[in-house]
Design a protein around this ligand. Structure first.
Ligand SMILES: [Ca+2]
Ligand SMILES: [Ca+2]
Length: 192
């Protein structure tokens, strides 16, 4: 039994960390765990001209209705920090629906918590056009597990009526946080 556990541990470490273990992993262990902890929850807020009410447990069980124009500040999935003008609509019931939503964003991407090499976070202006009819496909680029701007697996609520608020929990980041305790960096977002 111990041998099996050892093999599984080694296999998991090899598969998920994809790099050699070093003393930096120990040095950065606590800061990385704090950063991974903050990854679990996304927050957004702002103002809107429109109406929006969304609640989902993954994009397969998604109740989203509404649209309009939104001025939003976000701390979101994959350490994306954005100030954005967002416009469009989203209507979805369970796994079926339609969306046409554009995001014009000034965006800072990781590592926002510990800037690499003393530099500020990589800030750029990006334009996104999220569209689908019938089914939101998890294979789409925006749902990329490591770099995507959206989390297909999130548990989230969003509401907009003059003001806008979004709160989301990312189960995959919970796994990453737990794995990090044992030096497994599933999301490849640890500083080393
Ligand atoms: Ca993480
Ligand atoms: Ca991590």
């Amino acid at each position: 039994m111990k041998k099996i556990l050892l093999i599984l541990t080694v296999a998991a470490t090899t598969a998920f960390s994809a790099r050699a273990f070093s003393m930096n992993d120990i040095y950065w262990w606590l800061p990385n765990r704090i950063a991974d902890l903050t990854d679990i929850v996304s927050l957004g807020g702002g103002l809107c001209l429109g109406l929006k009410a969304e609640a989902r447990v993954t994009r397969a069980i998604d109740f989203s209705q509404g649209g309009g124009c939104f001025w939003v500040l976000r701390k979101d999935y994959n350490r994306h920090l954005t100030a954005a003008l967002e416009k469009g609509y989203h209507f979805n019931f369970l796994c079926l629906g339609t969306e046409d939503y554009t995001v014009d964003a000034v965006r800072g991407v990781q590592p926002w918590f510990f800037p690499a090499d003393g530099e500020a976070a990589n800030v750029s202006r990006r334009y996104f056009d999220y569209q689908y009819n019938w089914f939101s496909n998890p294979a789409n680029a925006e749902y990329d597990l490591w770099e995507g701007s959206r989390d297909w697996w999130e548990i989230a609520v969003e509401a907009g009526c003059l003001g806008y608020v979004r709160v989301a929990v990312h189960p995959i980041e919970v796994f990453d946080f737990i794995g990090g305790i044992f030096f497994i960096d599933f999301k490849h977002d640890d500083v080393d």
